[in-house]
Structures are given as C-alpha cells and as structure tokens.
Design a protein around this ligand. Structure first.
Ligand SMILES: Cc1ncc(COP(=O)(O)O)c(C=O)c1O
Length: 403
C-alpha cells in the first residue's frame, strides 16, 4: 500500500473554528476604518470602548512598573496583591467574605468568560442567555460544546431580563444562565427582585449563574446596579461574577479582567489559563492595582459625560420619524428599533440599513442582527457630544431620503 503524494496541500480547519462566527461587529468597523483611511469624514457611533484616555495616575503606575522591573511572568491567576484588592472591592461593597483564592485575573473579562465557560460547560449542556445578547456569549458556549438557548426580553420592559423569561426556556439539560447587566447592546439593567429570584432558582437547580457586570459603573437616572456578587457567600457553588477594568477605568488596551467564583471553579479556570496565556500582563496588573486604589474621581467624570450625552441622545433619536427607542438605564449604548425603514430603498434589514448609513450618511453603527435582533441597530455614545450630535443629524437626513 503506497502513500499518496499530496501535490497541493490544503488548509484543513477544525469544525470547532469553522462553526464559530466572525464577530459581526468587526465587518462594519473594518469598512468604516477603510473609509476613514481614504480621508472620508466618518462619524463613528460603533465603538464598544470609552472615548476617554486611561486616567493619568493609572498610566503612571504602569510606567513605574516598567521602570521597577515588574516585567516578568507573575502568578498564573494574577498577583496576590491584585487578587486581594479585587476581593476587597467586592467585600467592601457587598459585605461578602471573598478571598484571593476566589479570584482569577486574566487578559480581559473576555478571557475569563471563556475560561469559566470551558470549565463549566460540557457537550450537550444548554446555557440560557437573555436576548438581545453580547456577541461573544453564544459563540463561547458553542465552542465549549454547549448549546445557547435564548430567552427573549421585551423592549416594552426596557429589555430587562426576567425570572419568568429564563424559566420559560429551561429544560432538563440547562446547565447555566448568563446575565449581563448593564447589558451590551441594550443598556438594560436587571431589577433586584428578578436577579434574586434567578440566583435562588439557579442554586436550587444546581445551575451556574455567570453574571457579567463589565458596565457596572454606568447606570443613570437613579437606577441601581445590583450585583449577583452580593449573594456570593450564600451560593458560592453557583455564582460566577465576571468583571473588567476595561470600561470602568477606560483601560481596554491594557487587557485586564477578572472572575470571582468558588475556589474549585477558579482552579479549573486557572488550569486553562496556564496552558493558554499563562498570566495577565505584569504591567497591567500594577496599573489595575493603582486604579482600584484611587481612580474613582476620574470614573465619576466619565460617568457624568455619558449621562449628559445620553440625556441629549434619547429625545433626539426618538424625535426621528420612524425610530422607536426603549429607555434602558445603563452602559453607553442605545438600541433603537429601525424596522419601520425596512422595505424602503435599498434597506431590507439591520445590516442593509447599517450599510446605507455608512454609505449615505457616513455614520458607523452596528446592525442589531449581530446581537440577535434584526429590528434594531446599536448606537454607542462613547464619543464626544459634538460628534454624537453631528451623527444624529446625518442619520436623520439620510433616513428622510429613504422612500
Ligand atoms: C458585555 C461585555 N462583557 C465582556 C466584555 C469584555 O471586555 P474586556 O475583555 O475588554 O474586559 C465586553 C467588551 O466589549 C462586553 O461588552
């Protein structure tokens, strides 16, 4: 039996990766970048990151870390000093008794979501995700071999996840629930009563609750952010909090996020991390430590800017004929319903509307289809008031031309 000689080798990708979606937000962003590079004046309302610089004191701590030679590997799950500080932050706020062994820091909240998902989701497991959802949740669950099951939320209820919505889609195979509050893309903030019921239900069914509070600081109009972390001492086996330095402290590029969970879950996530990225950047950890010890004034200033932009944006967007926008309480996104324009001109769905806005209005937004809702688009107000006002003016003019 001879061995076939392969004259033209093929690239053979795994099923795992071919089944994964390319982040749909990237396609729009890439096209917007291309146009910008050609000198076109694009108003970019797509960004999922603060438009503010990282606070000076945090940058200085990063520089100091380099000068002092903190440029080597650290403990895999993050330095003890950082994990102590993160645990103390939760304990201060929620009266919990979280310890360093309950904390893992990694290369962004995204990495910890991935690690924990891989640690808790097996083939055939179902994970309930309220919809609209942040793009990475379903793909991460699928990558782990699980099945995402979507629990629709209601724009009339400002897209807030509810216990009834979660329970309605639960089955024998439900292994976990992922709640993101405040939510990207809708801005929805879960009500305390609903979250408490979900926490208790998860514990009674031995189902994990992954609570992503990446946007925890950004709530408005007197709304209150409620963290599943406050029930951690009661249900340490089922609650996992995911958090990040990225949005709160305008540190997206530093890549520093973390998870808080039972020691056994942290050990499992740490095992995965040890074979992938080893540890988060030593420099970023030193900078994060500084942010945790004093960056709150700058965070407050960023919050005030988002609050003022949102206060201007909501009536302005709802004043555009054909647009209807729910009024959720948090994050720095709004998620207007634009389905009234479908069937007009070249517009058929959220993707073609997004293309139209980029081509005609020179405004970049993200199609709702990326987040599981084709009737909507996501508009980010993580951009200056002037650009925001210019963007909305252009959107209104372009939509008026659609017949
Ligand atoms: C809901 C949500 N969770 C997690 C993340 C991850 O952020 P990072 O990896 O920068 O910490 C993001 C980033 O956009 C997000 O929107």
């Amino acid at each position: 039996m001879g061995i076939d000689v392969i004259t033209k080798p093929r690239i053979r990708l795994t099923r795992r990766v071919t089944e994964m979606q390319v982040s749909p937000t990237l396609a729009v962003m890439n096209r917007a970048l291309e146009l910008k590079a050609q000198g076109v004046d694009i108003v970019d309302l797509g960004p999922g990151e603060p438009d503010f610089p990282t606070p000076q004191s945090v940058c200085a701590a990063g520089k100091r870390a380099i000068d002092e030679g903190q440029t080597k590997y650290t403990a895999g799950n993050g330095t003890k000093a950082l994990r102590d500080a993160l645990a103390a932050r939760y304990n201060r706020r929620y009266g919990t008794s979280i310890k360093a062994e309950n904390v893992i820091a990694g290369t962004g909240g995204k990495q910890e979501l991935f690690n924990v998902t891989l640690a808790l989701v097996d083939k055939g497991d179902e994970v309930i995700i309220p919809s609209p959802y942040w793009v990475s949740f379903p793909d991460q669950v699928q990558f782990a071999g699980g099945t995402p099951v979507f629990a629709a939320t209601d724009p009339q209820n400002e897209f807030r996840p509810t216990f009834a919505g979660i329970e309605a889609v639960a089955t024998e195979r439900t292994r976990g629930v992922i709640i993101n509050s405040p939510c990207n893309p809708t801005g929805a903030v879960i009500a305390e009563k609903e979250l408490h019921r979900i926490v208790e239900w998860c514990a009674s069914r031995d189902v994990f609750l992954m609570f992503d509070e990446t946007y925890e600081f950004f709530v408005y109009d007197g709304a209150k952010h409620v963290s599943a972390g406050r029930w951690f001492d009661e249900y340490p086996e089922t609650i996992v909090c995911i958090n990040s330095m990225s949005k709160t402290f305008a540190m997206t590029g530093w890549r520093l996020g973390y998870a808080i969970a039972h020691r056994d879950v942290i050990t499992a996530a740490g095992k995965i991390q040890s074979h992938s990225t080893s540890n988060p950047s030593s420099i970023s950890q030193a900078a994060a430590l500084e942010a945790l010890s004093g960056g709150e004034d700058e965070v407050r200033r960023m919050w005030e800017a988002y609050r003022d932009r949102r206060a201007w944006l909501m009536p302005a967007i709802n004043g555009i004929e054909g647009i209807c926008c729910a009024h959720p309480d948090g994050a720095f996104y709004i998620f207007p319903d634009v389905s009234a324009f479908f069937g007009r001109g070249v517009v058929r769905d959220s993707q073609t509307l997004t293309n139209y806005l980029l081509d005609e209005a020179r405004v970049a937004v993200i199609p709702g289809s990326a987040f599981g809702s084709d009737d909507h688009i996501r508009i980010s107000y993580a951009t200056s008031m002037e650009r925001l006002q210019e963007g909305v003016r252009r959107i209104e003019a372009a939509l008026k031309n659609l017949r």
